[in-house]
Write a protein that binds this ligand. Structure first.
Ligand code: PMP
Length: 402
């Protein structure tokens, strides 16, 4: 009994969450946007915390990983590895070619955040970090200091010091930079866990300009927004913010390998260029992840036009949903294939999430905003699957009392 084992050895509460999400069933397979459950049913996966951008087991990614597994060098730390070098070169030519040319590879979003904050401190000799209220950057101790959610911070104070969280308001920007000792500014162009909140372009522009003016590095956390999730390779670059680093994670390993990356300017990367041992982790640049990542980047670019079409369908459908259920749905927000639906009545979002699962649509909650559910369909979803998800949402909203 899988849930029994989870309850006994991992966490009773985790078993509850898994039980709810699969309505008591476990994952048994699937393809594309569809997941098969062990009880014979199947569901559309528009959740999975933005990891399954390419759906389940994308054939190109699987083929690349299997081929790598059969030939790969075992050690990544002693000899140079061709697969890893090739992937780094692809990434260095991806987010902002010619400018973001240096790469550090990690295994999860938090470690890319840690790398960025350390590099900014080393490169500037300063220690302060400016982040944004509502931000989510991970839960390792350094990343947690940049995450603003009280729930995860409160019992761990004091955290890494020197982080200021400013409101996402251009008027608040100048005050955050005095007395001029800021090493890094870290920002998600659309806050994911914070309730799917696209930040005001005027605020982002003011933040980027202040960072430049005060000699602080601008770190764009695109762990959720990047890789065409919001339509662009890096939203921060497309918005003209000229970040000093873009962070990728989640879908970077094609949904089959744990993988993250910091893609940075020469200037921010300088401490690592001078001494690679200032920031290492044993499995950094592991070739299986690199093989998955190279295949995933290729697939994501091929699917980008389809993503644009699905995004228009989804945006239109969610606006209709809001109009049809005005007492229940108080806002829909998003960009590309990252959307949040906010529910007015207390507890309604949780009820809707459970009912959606029962009716065959998996969505994600937002870790920082329990009243918002998040829809993150894969680029490989069919138009009909987006329509099906919208129908399930509509029927569920009609069934849940407001
Ligand atoms: N940054 C952002 C924007 C994220 O959404 C997340 C994960 N939700 C992280 C960082 C942390 O990534 P990980 O959970 O892989 O450590």
């Amino acid at each position: 009994d899988v849930l029994g084992q989870v309850r006994a050895h991992l966490s009773p509460r985790l078993a509850l969450v898994y039980g709810m999400n699969g309505a008591g069933a476990v994952e048994a397979g699937g393809a594309g946007a569809r997941v098969d459950l062990s009880d014979g049913r199947s569901a559309l996966d528009f959740g999975s915390y933005a990891v399954t951008l390419l759906g389940r087991r994308h054939p190109d990614v699987v083929r690349a990983v299997v081929a790598e597994l059969e030939t790969m060098a075992v050690s990544t730390r002693v000899l140079a590895n061709g697969t890893t070098a090739h992937f780094a070169a692809r990434l260095a030519d991806y987010a902002d070619p010619g400018r973001l040319t240096r790469v550090w590879l990690g295994l999860n979003g938090s470690d890319a955040v840690e790398a960025a904050l350390k590099l900014a401190r080393l490169a500037t000799g300063r220690s302060r970090v400016v982040a944004v209220e509502g931000a989510y950057h991970g839960k390792s101790m350094g990343a947690l200091a940049a995450t603003s959610n009280h729930r995860y911070r409160r019992s761990l104070e004091p955290l890494l010091g020197g982080v200021t969280h400013l409101p996402a308001d251009a008027a608040a920007v100048p005050g955050a930079f005095e007395p001029g000792d800021v090493a890094a500014v870290i920002v998600e162009p659309v806050q994911g866990e914070g309730g799917v909140k696209p930040l005001d372009p005027a605020f982002l522009t003011a933040l980027a300009a202040a960072a430049r003016k005060h000699g602080a590095f601008l770190i764009a956390d695109e762990i959720q927004t990047g890789l065409r999730r919001c339509g662009e390779r890096a939203l921060s670059v497309s918005l003209g913010l000229r970040p000093d680093a873009v962070l990728y994670g989640k879908a970077l390993g094609g949904g089959v390998q744990p993988l993250s990356a910091l893609v940075a300017t020469e200037e921010l990367y300088a401490p690592l260029a001078a001494d690679p041992f200032v920031h290492t982790t044993t499995f950094s640049g592991h070739p299986l992840g690199a093989a998955a990542g190279a295949a995933a980047l290729r697939a994501v670019e091929e699917l980008a036009p389809r993503g644009t079409r699905l995004a228009a369908l989804l945006a239109g459908g969610l606006e209709r949903l809001k109009r049809r259920h005005p007492g229940l749905v108080t806002a829909v927000r998003g960009r590309g294939l990252l959307w949040g639906v906010e529910f007015g009545p207390a507890g309604a979002a949780g009820d809707v999430l459970l009912e959606l699962t029962r009716r065959g649509l998996i969505v994600s909650p937002c870790l920082g905003r329990p009243e918002v559910i998040r829809l993150v369909p894969p680029l490989v979803a069919g138009d009909d699957q987006v329509e099906e998800a919208l129908d399930i949402l509509d029927a569920t909203c009609a069934a849940v009392p407001d």
